[in-house]
Design a protein around this ligand. Structure first.
Ligand SMILES: C[S@@+](CC[C@H](N)C(=O)[O-])C[C@H]1O[C@@H](n2cnc3c(N)ncnc32)[C@H](O)[C@@H]1O
Length: 245
């Protein structure tokens, strides 16, 4: 594994106290390994985000990647979008993630201009957007802030513009919730995580990653003004939606 793609062993040894999960330098260093081993279908979602972005990109508009981390979605869009005069704005509020993102963009040879912004997506001014991707990031925004944020994203989109949203999801039915959680644990174990790693990471995330049901997402996207809302992918307890203005 290269220095930039270290194996995630952050929760492999017992911690006296497990604090809230932070996207700091230790996480940034192992992030590609962590997300690939933790999110079923991650590679498919990223690849398809590029294909969907290319479909909805409009000439001379901006494509946003909100919560860009190391730039996986940005690169997928950059390599697919062919509409004239577009640019990508990739935003994250973690300087450590953005530093590594900058290196990944610099190592990529595609030509679409990319601007990196260290900012809170809740405060961000967006405009002239044809595509906004929010992959696995709305789940970290406080629940009460999600509708106001989606309303602003809807307002920033051009007519025909697209929001691509991917999230960890919950299930209203307790039995289904338990079944999908168990299958997710089996997925992580099959990818080499131990019981200790899984349980400490769960504790770290429980106050910061707040999943909602697919139905709650669909309802709120409509409340935010999106008229056509289509789930396009689900793998265990992770799902992706396309919402069109
Ligand atoms: C799970 S990662 C997203 C993964 C990334 N979209 C991808 O698909 O590779 C969540 C990212 O969102 C960022 N983030 C969380 N809340 C944020 C906020 N309010 N404003 C900006 N970035 C945020 C975190 O720093 C982190 O890099």
């Amino acid at each position: 594994m290269s220095a930039d793609h270290e194996q995630d062993q952050l929760y492999a040894t017992p911690r006296p106290e497990v604090g809230d999960f932070l996207f700091d330098a230790t996480v940034a260093r192992v992030f590609p390994d962590m997300i690939n081993r933790s999110v079923p279908g991650y590679g498919t979602v990223i690849g398809l985000s590029g294909i969907l972005a290319a479909r909805y990109a409009q000439a001379h508009s901006t494509l946003y990647d909100l919560g860009c981390s190391l730039g996986a979605t940005t690169l997928a869009m950059r390599q697919r979008v062919t509409a004239a005069g577009c640019r990508i704005v990739a935003v994250d509020n973690s300087p450590a993630m953005l530093d590594r993102c900058r290196q990944h963009i610099a190592a990529d040879s595609a030509l679409l201009p990319v601007e990196l912004l260290c900012a809170d997506i809740q405060q961000l001014a967006l405009s002239n957007a044809s595509v906004i991707v929010v992959n696995f990031t709305l789940q970290f925004v406080p629940l009460a802030q999600r509708l106001p944020l989606l309303r602003r994203l809807h307002a920033a989109l051009l007519p025909g513009g697209a929001l691509i949203l991917s999230e960890k999801i919950a299930f209203a039915d307790a039995d289904e919730q338990q079944r999908l959680e168990e299958l997710h644990v089996l997925f992580k174990k099959a990818n080499g995580y131990s019981d200790l790693e899984i349980s400490q990471k769960r504790t770290a995330l429980e106050n910061v990653l707040l999943p909602e049901t697919l139905e709650q997402h669909q309802l709120r996207l409509r409340q935010a003004g999106f008229t056509r809302v289509t789930p396009w992918f689900q793998c265990l307890n992770f799902a992706s939606l396309l919402a069109l203005k």
